[in-house]
Design a protein around this ligand. Structure first.
Ligand SMILES: [Fe+2]
Ligand SMILES: [Fe+2]
Length: 474
């Protein structure tokens, strides 16, 4: 499974043995590069960036470090090794052999799932393209670019599947993945969250913590798929994805640490005094968290979903970590939802488990999100403050599903629209919060130097010191 780097497209799928496929992808490659130059990180294309590149999918080779100019990054096609004994792990075909080709009856659905996943990858690169200018350090700048090139590679992963298994339709979809653009009025990206530009680094850290984690859970569901090439693709993507969430987790941690330092130095928790000192007060961190967590919750779809039920029944998309469940058929179980009753209260409703798969996945996601919040709170607690960050309820500020448009407190208690409007400023980033955060965003591009609103990281990348020259600007 060593990656062949002598091919124009690095790969571990023996691309050279399929000339037609190889030529089709070599045709797509310059289109991808053109997209990268136009809509990838703005103004840093000639910088030498200390990047990680995979040279094989095993533990030894998947993380090789060195300086690369981003347009010369070796984007390629890497799948986990095939397990010849792998069986379908859930749904109506449980226990049967997994598929190496796409069954005709699931072709359109699988293509849609792959395109929807694929669309988010370049979308996030587009959303983040202006952030390089305001990076709080070279270390952070490098991490941004690492995330960006890997999202580019995830697009490659999905495009490979489209080209290799979906014929002409797949090739057309691959082209369209470069034609839709984040925030474009005529051809926007498929999912709402991926059309919002990310203008500041607090949002970037929230995005990599919360929205990349949605990506993790989507990939975990697809990694269970009976369509084996899709499963193996997603398994390898998850190894790379972990770093993106690390960037968010440690980024928020460092923001909080710096704020606590300022609170200690000035002996205050007055948000305005903390802001005047150039740090981000904790209530503002909470408001950004509320915004990004809730917009990521919507990405899982409606609580009740007949699509999700048929994905599960047909073995296309499973539950994350399907092996942890006892019953992989899930026809006899029910799931209890707490829904708005339409008159300001809530009611319980039981639905068949298969129809609740979105909610099952969303709940696992929420539990995963809690881990970082606990860690950040330990830092605050250790510093002797009573403030605590918290995930809002999954009912709060929803745009999709049963709670869409139902005003609630962050704890999920339904309230009137007037009451909500009166509290909104305290719960979600206001225009003045955004203006303040943007006012802090100035690029710090000297090795080892940090912007005043963020603490340095505990350690550098690949055992290098924090003041390593992670990006050589020219
Ligand atoms: Fe990704
Ligand atoms: Fe990611």
């Amino acid at each position: 499974m060593t990656i062949n780097y002598s091919d124009r497209i690095p790969n571990n799928v023996d691309l050279g043995s399929n000339r037609t496929l190889q030529r089709a992808l070599e045709h797509w490659q310059p289109e991808f590069l053109k997209w990268w130059e136009e809509l990838g990180p703005k103004d840093f294309q000639v910088a030498d960036v200390y990047l990680r590149t995979a040279t094989s999918v095993d533990a030894k080779g998947w993380a090789t470090y060195g300086y690369v100019r981003m347009p010369e990054y070796r984007w390629g096609i890497f799948l986990n090794e095939r397990d010849p004994n792998r069986r379908i792990g859930f749904g109506d075909n449980f226990g049967q052999e997994v598929w190496q080709q796409v069954p005709g009856e699931y072709r359109a659905t699988l293509r849609r799932l792959i395109v929807t996943q694929g669309d988010t990858e370049p979308a996030s690169v587009e959303q983040q393209r202006m952030l390089g200018h305001t990076a709080p350090s070279l270390y952070d700048l490098r991490n941004l670019f690492q995330v960006n090139v890997e999202e580019g590679r995830h697009l490659w992963a999905m495009v490979y599947l489209l080209h290799a298994y979906f014929g002409r339709d797949g090739r057309e979809e691959a082209e369209e993945l470069l034609e839709r653009h984040s925030g474009d009025a005529d051809k926007p990206r498929i999912l709402g969250t991926f059309n919002e530009p990310i203008r500041d680094w607090l949002s970037f850290f929230m995005f990599t913590y919360f929205t990349d984690r949605d990506g993790k859970f989507q990939l975990k569901s697809l990694a269970e798929s009976s369509f084996d090439p899709l499963a193996r693709t997603c398994q390898f993507m998850l190894t790379e994805e972990a770093h993106h969430m690390f960037v968010g987790d440690t980024g928020i941690n460092r923001v909080v640490r710096r704020t606590l330092e300022v609170m200690h130095e000035l002996n205050t928790d007055d948000p305005q005094v903390i802001r005047n000192a150039g740090a981000i007060d904790l209530p503002t961190v909470q408001r950004y968290l509320n915004f990004w967590f809730t917009s990521s919750l919507d990405l899982f779809g409606s609580e009740t979903s007949s699509n999700a039920a048929s994905y599960f029944a047909n073995g296309l998309k499973g539950r994350p970590d399907e092996a942890q469940y006892e019953d992989h058929i899930a026809v006899e179980q029910a799931y209890t939802l707490e829904l708005p009753d339409g008159s300001g209260g809530t009611k319980s409703e039981q639905i068949p488990m298969r129809n609740a798969m979105n909610e099952v996945t969303r709940s696992s996601y929420v539990r995963d999100c809690e881990i970082g919040v606990k860690r950040w709170n330990r830092v605050i607690e250790k510093a002797g403050h009573s403030f605590r960050l918290a995930l809002p309820s999954t009912r709060f500020r929803r745009s999709i599903g049963n709670w869409a448009g139902v005003p609630t407190t962050p704890e999920g208690v339904p309230m009137s629209a007037e009451q909500f409007a009166a509290h909104k400023q305290a719960w979600l980033p206001s225009e003045s919060d955004q203006t303040f955060i943007l006012s802090l965003m100035h690029g710090v591009h000297q090795p080892g130097k940090m912007a005043a609103w963020i603490a340095p990281p505990d350690r550098g990348i690949n055992n290098n010191p924090v003041d390593y020259e992670y990006v050589k600007l020219h």
